[in-house]
Design a protein around this ligand. Structure first.
Ligand code: UDP
Length: 330
């Protein structure tokens, strides 16, 4: 059994990862400064004998020195996430993503700990070729558009992690998460599925941004966590970059209809111009689809949970946690 340290472990993906690792009998420590993470995400784990947590900034060297020295594997998820947050707080995004990852890698290197770094499909930028493969060229927008700060900061994280492997033989693995969805994801930062499901369950208008022809693929967090653990355990993953995501591509306007149908919602679907949703000059990504053959070849991994099932999992969680009204049985 191994001891995992998860930075950002009180966030959406981190809390699911902690749970899955505990189920497999591993020891888990999470560190999170609660900037976007929530204590409620791990509250149910606090009495588990193999679990412990620290509410702390990953830039705190004293605490991180101790936590990293005591673990076997670091999974670095702490980052500024969500397009809305990034557009609103570009300074915070750049500082957290670049300085935070640098601090984690330096500490991991001090104790020679295997480290997994979370990256993002945003690094493919506007892309040119579909589906996105790990070694494709990238095309980003200009620096005057705040959105691209996220992709750029994560690319720097990737360069740094690969450099630590090449120059110092620190065993690092990079995974690029495509749209990841499931229970506990918050709609506060703009994420589309919790927003649509919440709107559908409340009978409010479902807000499609732009004309809704932009596409995404949505992978259930339980599948994503399985992939991360597979990469953490496989010796040949080291020094490499892997896509993690679903390959079922869906236009956002079709997603709105699917959510409405699955949840039998009376909500109307409305179209909101990008400028109104994100402020003037926002650039969205028209298409985003991963090629997952690399991780499939290494681990035999592919997603197993359907989008329909995820929509119901999210809806159930929202109802159980009182975020939306629960319908009275007729
Ligand atoms: N979106 C939308 N309505 C919303 C929130 C998001 O139409 O209420 C769109 C958004 O413009 C994007 C897609 O849904 O095209 C996915 O957005 P999200 O923020 O979940 O992730 P992204 O892929 O942009 O990182």
């Amino acid at each position: 059994m191994a001891h995992y340290l998860i930075t950002g472990g009180m966030g959406f993906v981190g809390s699911h990862l902690a749970e899955a690792l505990l189920t497999r009998g591993h020891y888990v420590t999470v560190v999170d400064d609660l900037s976007t993470g929530r204590f409620e995400n791990i509250a149910h784990l606090t009495s588990h004998p193999l679990f412990r947590f620290a509410i702390e900034d990953i830039m705190n060297e004293t605490v991180m020195d101790r936590l990293v020295s005591e673990c076997d594997v670091v999974v670095h998820l702490a980052a500024a996430v969500g397009v809305q947050l990034i557009v609103n707080n570009p300074t915070h995004t750049i500082e957290t993503n670049v300085l935070g990852t640098h601090a984690v890698l330096r500490m991991a290197n001090r104790y020679r700990k295997r480290t997994l770094i979370a990256s993002t499909s945003e690094v493919y930028g506007k892309g040119g070729r579909f589906p996105f493969r790990e070694e494709d060229d990238v095309v980003l927008g200009p620096t005057v558009k705040a959105r691209w700060a996220y992709a750029c900061s994560k690319m720097l994280d990737e360069f740094l992690a690969l450099a630590y492997w090449r120059e110092q033989q620190l065993p690092t693995v990079i995974f690029r998460l495509f749209n990841t969805v499931g229970p506990r994801q918050s709609g506060r930062y703009g994420m589309v599925i919790p927003r649509f499901v919440g709107q559908a369950l409340c009978g409010e208008p479902i807000t499609v941004y732009g004309d809704g022809t932009q596409t995404r693929t949505f992978c259930d967090v339980a599948d994503v966590v399985r992939a991360i653990i597979g990469l953490a355990e496989h010796p040949d993953a080291v020094g490499q970059v892997f896509n993690i995501g679903s390959t079922r591509e869906i236009a956002i306007r079709d997603l709105a209809q699917l959510v409405k149908d699955e949840l039998q919602s009376p909500s109307e679907i409305v179209f909101v111009p990008y400028d109104k949703a994100y402020g003037p000059g926002f650039e969205d990504m028209q298409r985003r689809v991963p090629d997952i053959s690399k991780i499939h070849q290494l681990l035999g991994w592919k997603p197993e949970i359907s989008l329909e099932e995820t929509i119901h999992r999210v809806a159930r969680h929202m109802q159980q946690t009182g975020q939306v009204p629960v319908p009275v049985p007729s």
